[in-house]
Design a protein around this ligand. Structure first.
Ligand code: ATP
Ligand code: ZN
Length: 295
């Protein structure tokens, strides 16, 4: 019998690609991407990478050309909403990178300043599906002008009064004299899979891989914190540690008032947290990264 290999559809090149590759590498997968190649073989796990344009990823997963895929939620939603047939690919995991927003925007100080002002206007977009759903559920009647790109130029060339486009920093909008006034979708990279059952062999690879992905995502936010703390402040200190279980408390040689306190924090530790710890009497506070985790 031929070996079964899990096939993952990934963006070949672009704003999703590098972080997708980096995530899989952090999961221990070894592979190299050759320019021009459509398929990359993972050397140390039965996994193949199908390298394509991001727009093709949802339908490849839905149509069984790949078992799973990594794609922007924005692209998945658009494919789902604009597909004529039932679309069989769902989000299994949110991955936390390639964050962006799909926003409505219009010329600064122009006639369109709020969603209500959109009535009767033309809105340029590459997301007719997601935008159409937003307009319908908010009872806004407007005309979609579908474009393949360069949507931000539409108002200045006079083919639309507003646009619906992806925004991350807002610099592109500003450079074109536009301002966003409404967010209709907040997006990040997601892992998708169809609801067809995988073969037992592929299911096993999938389970192993997703457990590792889960560990990588958790460990990037999770930190190990160590400090010396006044014995009588241990409860107050534990209460402000973000997402920590019971800390480890150890005596300090030759000091009865202070203890060494260590804990795993599963949420971000900000400078403000450290300042509050110091106010409670904590000293010698160290925050260390955690490289790998498995619950
Ligand atoms: P392709 O050639 O694969 O079709 P593309 O030009 O359509 O690529 P990219 O610009 O590489 O797409 O963006 C891919 C995805 O990255 C977007 O669909 C979105 O989910 C996310 N993204 C878009 N803009 C940004 C941004 N500024 N920062 C982070 N992520 C973004
Ligand atoms: Zn694309």
């Amino acid at each position: 019998m031929t070996e079964q290999r899990l096939r993952i559809a990934l963006q070949k090149k672009g704003r999703l690609a590098d972080d997708s590759y980096a995530l899989l590498k952090k999961c221990g997968l070894r592979f190299s991407i050759r320019s021009g190649g459509l398929l990359a073989r993972v050397k140390n796990m039965p996994v193949d990478l199908l390298l394509v344009r991001d727009d093709d990823i949802p339908s490849f997963v839905a149509n069984d050309a790949a078992d799973i895929g990594i794609v922007g939620e924005n692209v998945l939603m658009e494919e789902k909403l604009s597909s004529k047939t039932k679309f069989d690919a769902d989000i299994m995991m949110r991955l936390g990178f390639s964050r962006c927003k799909l926003c409505l925007a219009a010329p600064q100080n122009g006639a369109v300043q709020t969603p209500a002002d959109l009535k009767g206007t033309r809105i340029a977009t590459t997301y007719p599906g997601v935008m159409g759903q937003y307009l319908a559920s908010n009872n806004i009647e407007a005309k979609a002008v579908e474009m393949k790109g360069a949507v931000e130029l539409a108002p200045s060339i006079g083919i639309a009064e507003a646009i619906c486009d992806l925004v991350s920093s807002g610099a592109t909008l500003e450079a074109n004299g536009l301002a966003a006034f409404e967010t209709i979708l907040e997006s990040e990279a997601v892992l998708i899979k169809s609801d067809r059952a995988l073969s037992p062999e592929k299911q096993e690879i999938y389970d192993r891989l997703t457990r590792r992905i889960d560990g990588v995502i958790k460990s990037t936010e999770t930190k190990y914190i160590m400090m010396n703390a006044p014995r009588d402040q241990v409860d107050a200190i534990t209460a402000i540690l973000p997402g920590a279980d019971a800390p480890t408390i150890m005596p300090l040689a030759g000091n009865d008032d202070l203890v060494a306190l260590q804990a795993v924090c599963t949420e971000n530790i900000f400078w403000e947290t450290l300042e509050s710890l110091k106010t409670l009497g904590a000293r010698a506070i160290l925050v260390l990264p955690i490289e790998k985790m498995m619950a």
